[in-house]
Design a protein around this ligand. Structure first.
Ligand SMILES: Cc1cc2nc3c(=O)[nH]c(=O)nc-3n(C[C@H](O)[C@H](O)[C@H](O)COP(=O)(O)O)c2cc1C
Length: 209
């Protein structure tokens, strides 16, 4: 078995081990408001659920390798304190990939990726119409692990509104076949989550019942 001393090797080599091991990763497509009031949107696969009560999610923008700067998403959230998480499906992932392009400041990824902006109910950042689920979030806290390329800042947000397409809903649950979610794999892999197996847990009533 190969062993890697992650404290001694380049971050790019650690990155390959991370993204090849932690799969599939859910993807948050995060929309925020730029300083000039325009919309910004970008995908983040370092994304997870943090708390159900209160309802909190978290994701990690890393310091950009190309210029050593914080990503616009992080700057916008730290300034404006709100964001929307949109989700990736079989029907929108190609457009989501396009919106990860680093565009010159002021150019909208919504326009570039031909994504449609929808007003939110309680936050200023827009929802992405092509996503069947939207989480409107208020910034809770952030934890930065440094300021060199590849360093993450974990950002959490409280989900204050959830919007779900009617046709996906079945008595408060989300129909996974209709949803057709996609996760992130290693390299340029996207993983279609359309093969599920079911197994009962050996315990009494749980919230998933
Ligand atoms: C599927 C996918 C997942 C990504 N996940 C992350 C991530 O977790 N963290 C990160 O810093 N960048 C991630 N990126 C790259 C960002 O989306 C990209 O740097 C984007 O331009 C950032 O935009 P911003 O500067 O407007 O925030 C990902 C890209 C793709 C296509």
């Amino acid at each position: 078995m190969a062993t890697f001393d992650t404290t001694k090797q380049e971050f790019k080599d650690n990155y390959k081990l991370l993204i090849g091991s932690v799969v599939p990763r859910p993807i948050a497509v995060v929309s925020t408001i730029n300083e000039d009031g325009t919309s910004n949107i970008a995908p983040f696969s370092f994304f997870t659920v943090v708390s159900a009560n209160p309802m909190i999610i978290g994701f990690t923008p890393m310091i950009r390798s190309s210029d050593g700067e914080q990503k616009d998403t992080l700057k916008n959230i730290l300034r404006q304190k709100e964001f929307v998480v949109n989700f990736v499906t079989k029907h929108n992932y190609e457009k989501v990939n396009l919106c990860s392009t680093e565009l010159p400041h002021g150019e909208s990824e919504f326009d570039f990726a031909k994504l449609t902006e929808l007003d939110s109910e309680v936050v200023t950042p827009k929802r992405m119409k092509e996503s069947p689920i939207h989480f409107e979030c208020k910034f809770r806290d952030s934890l930065s692990y440094g300021d060199v390329p590849g360093t993450g800042t974990f950002v959490t947000g409280e989900v204050v509104r959830v919007h779900v397409e009617d046709e996906l809903l079945d008595e408060g649950r989300i129909d996974q076949d209709k949803y057709a979610p996609i996760g992130r794999g290693a390299g340029n892999d996207w993983i279609v989550c359309d093969h599920r197996v079911q197994i009962e847990r050996l315990m009494k009533a749980q919230i998933q019942k």
